[in-house]
Design a protein around this ligand. Structure first.
Ligand code: GSH
Length: 215
């Protein structure tokens, strides 16, 4: 498989974790944000949304949207399962994952930050304040959910890895990168530090990517 990725893309980071967890062989095709490669040429043809990541299967099918890609991988490679089978548990995991993927991440995406800076003439300080605000707001509710549903503070739901964890680790990395105050989220911090020790997460880390350091 081929993963169109950018080292700092947290949505690509999610998919890298899922591919590693499932033990799938894949090649990273880096796309540069600075060069706007995600919005141009061949890549735009593959993924008309012009966002990263996209996964190209060995049959040449192209999938976009990290959560859809992770669910696809979970259906094709059944172990370890990233969504529990019982419908209520499955919905609970999806709900935690989507609270990140739909309610935090899109507000802090590059194109949103660029719009604030360029179109709305906001200062770097205001943009950082925006970024931290939406992480804090999302993490307050996620902390409450995780405190209830994590049994050993190693994973978001119960005591096994799920799609919620795959979404949490990259979002926590972003929170640290933008110096958000995360002291009020002890459960999320404990879970993240456990996740960060797992080989699949270590290998997916932005600093370990072939394009690490590229702008
Ligand atoms: N909902 C999409 C979001 C994809 C997305 O926004 N990717 C970001 C990187 S994390 C991106 O390509 N941003 C480019 C831009 O904002 O111009 C997913 O989960 O895959």
């Amino acid at each position: 498989m081929k993963l169109y990725s950018y080292w700092r893309s947290s949505a690509a980071y999610r998919v890298r974790i899922a591919l590693n967890v499932k033990g799938v062989d894949y090649t990273i095709i880096p796309k540069s944000f600075r060069l706007e490669e995600h919005r141009a040429g061949d890549y735009l043809h593959l993924n008309p949304q012009g966002l990263l990541p996209a996964l190209e299967t060995d049959d040449g099918a192209v999938l976009a949207q990290s959560v859809a890609i992770i669910e696809y991988l979970d259906e094709v490679y059944s172990q370890p399962e990233l969504l529990p089978k019982p419908p209520l548990e499955r919905a609970a995991v999806r709900s935690m994952a989507l609270s990140i993927a739909c309610d935090i991440h899109p507000l802090n995406n590059l194109r949103v930050l660029s719009y604030l800076r360029r179109r709305l003439s906001q200062s770097e300080e205001a943009v950082n304040e925006w970024y931290r605000h939406w992480i804090a707001e999302g993490f307050v509710s996620l902390e409450a959910l995780a405190a209830r549903s994590s049994t050993a503070k190693r994973y978001c739901y119960g005591d096994s890895l799920s799609m919620a964890d795959i979404c949490l680790a990259p979002q926590m990395a972003n929170a640290r990168r933008f110096q958000c105050d995360i002291t009020g989220f002890p459960t999320l911090r404990a879970i993240s530090s456990h996740l960060e020790s797992l080989p699949a997460f270590v290998a997916a880390h932005p600093d370990k990517q072939p394009d690490a350091g590229a702008s």
